[in-house]
Design a protein around this ligand. Structure first.
Ligand SMILES: [Fe+2]
Length: 251
């Protein structure tokens, strides 16, 4: 099975369309969405409606999704995130709200696990360090683990030659990681496909990935999209200008 893996779309339909068009051309068998479909961006309703119709979709809820449907307090959000979450809350339909509320914070399948942040604190904790990965390892029963939240294309995996016994990789466009197997199973490995709709690794292109569960490979793909169109929609919606500007810098 080849899965299209994506995360942190954040209501950016131009970026989502570029990602899903690529996956469609590639004829993927299914989709893994690591959460944060809404928040920040200008088209939460359209974004959710597009994602929820995908075939063989494995999708979990992120912290911004929780905030938009009223299941997480926005008081700790930064002012831009808070403004967008409250605006999105008033924008989405009841149908979309109920669908988001129906999602779980963790999916565990025979061939992979999905959370937004970490297994320890699925919607909240950012998986950014080898130490965090090591701490979370006992909570994962099926590898590989797919996460989002940090908006960075990353890989963590067990490697006894690295500090703490964990190898950390920041993944670039078209970089492919082979999932390693041992006699007892798959070497513990976590992947973040980066953010489709609001990348923060100084690369403004939408980020996504292909996971081939048969070959055991994960490959990052970066895609250009019409950033100006999304910026104009953000401004027309009356959302904070910073949310439009940051897209042009990949921050
Ligand atoms: Fe996010």
């Amino acid at each position: 099975m080849v899965y299209g893996v994506f995360s942190d779309v954040h209501s950016n339909m131009e970026a989502l369309t570029a990602v899903l068009d690529f996956f469609e051309d590639f004829e993927v068998d299914g989709y893994i969405c690591c959460g944060d479909m809404v928040g920040y961006g200008p088209e939460p309703e359209e974004t959710v409606q597009r994602i929820r119709k995908l075939k063989n979709l494995h999708c979990i809820i992120g912290n911004h999704d929780l905030a938009v449907v009223g299941l997480m307090d926005v008081e700790w959000f930064n002012p831009y995130a808070k403004a967008a979450a409250l605006w999105s809350r008033d924008t989405i339909s009841m149908e979309t709200k109920h669908w988001l509320q129906s999602l779980t914070a963790k999916i565990e399948r025979p061939d992979f696990t999905v959370v937004h942040g970490t297994p320890r604190k699925p919607p909240e904790e950012y998986l950014l360090s080898a130490a965090q990965f090591k701490d979370n390892m006992p909570l994962v029963h099926v590898w590989p683990l797919f996460v989002g939240h940090s908006h960075m294309p990353l890989c963590f995996r067990v490697n006894k030659d690295e500090p703490l016994g964990i190898e950390t990789m920041i993944l670039e466009d078209h970089q492919q990681v082979e999932i390693q197997r041992m006699p007892y199973g798959i070497v513990p490995t976590a992947f973040n496909p980066g953010s489709a709709g609001q990348p923060r690794d100084q690369d403004k292109r939408a980020s996504c990935a292909l996971f081939d569960s048969d070959k055991g490979t994960f490959r990052i793909i970066r895609l250009n999209y019409d950033i100006t169109a999304t910026q104009n929609k953000i401004r027309n919606a009356g959302l904070p200008e910073f949310l439009a500007l940051r897209l042009a810098f990949g921050q």
